[in-house]
Design a protein. Structure first.
Length: 218
């Protein structure tokens, strides 16, 4: 699963250039995003700007926003089969902006948090799906991060990891019409292009959202 991540590099010029945007997103740094929070995404119906969406997919037929509590991840192995995800996978894909994610390693009965990122510490995008629902007369746009089996780096920490797209895959992910070709993009990221380090337990509480969270544990 992927239940926490960060987006700390939010300089407008950097994000606009990296994701070929026309509208500066004007984001604030986020050190500890958790499900149910609003996160930055590029939707396939608005590819040139960032949209803030709720993390936790609420299908278009959803009657209340509690559905999203458990639907913050979608497994790549079944995303094209499960009714709750299938429609979004085929027609509502998105990029979710990030610069790291967190996972916890079980050691002697304790859970040790790690920060996982690209080696060059640059921005990247998770593969995601989204949907639009109307609840109590209010429109809600929501999303889920797609997960896959872990690569050689992550498997020592956790048994799942989020799908990180290569830059050259981001455009095709948004516009690919063939679901089989889209499925081929949902694979573990190259472990030799990533790094990780242990951090402190401040990340355990989603209420903590400040730079100290990402500092290596001494």
């Amino acid at each position: 699963m992927c239940g926490r991540f960060s987006l700390t590099k939010v300089d407008d010029k950097t994000i606009v250039k990296r994701f070929s945007l026309k509208v500066p997103p004007k984001l604030k740094p986020g050190y500890n995003f958790a499900p149910s929070m609003n996160i930055a995404a590029i939707l396939n119906d608005s590819k040139e700007q960032v949209t803030m969406v709720k993390w936790g997919l609420i299908p278009s037929w959803g009657k209340n926003d509690k559905l999203g509590i458990k639907l913050f991840n979608a497994r790549s192995e079944t995303i094209d089969q499960k009714p709750v995800f299938k429609s979004s996978f085929r027609s509502k894909r998105c990029l979710i902006l990030a610069d790291s994610f967190y996972e916890w390693k079980k050691v002697n009965g304790k859970k040790i948090p790690f920060r996982i990122m690209l080696k060059n510490e640059s921005l990247f995008a998770f593969a995601g799906i989204w949907d639009k629902s109307f609840i109590n007369g209010k429109e809600i746009q929501s999303c889920a991060i797609i997960t896959t089996i872990p690569n050689a780096l992550v498997k020592d920490i956790h048994d799942r990891m989020p799908v990180i797209l290569k830059p050259e895959e981001e455009g095709p992910w948004l516009k690919e019409k063939d679901p089989d070709k889209a499925l081929e993009m949902l694979k573990p990221y190259d472990p030799y292009q990533q790094k990780c380090y242990e951090i402190g337990t401040l990340v355990n509480s989603p209420g903590n959202d400040f730079e100290e969270i990402i500092k290596p544990k001494i």
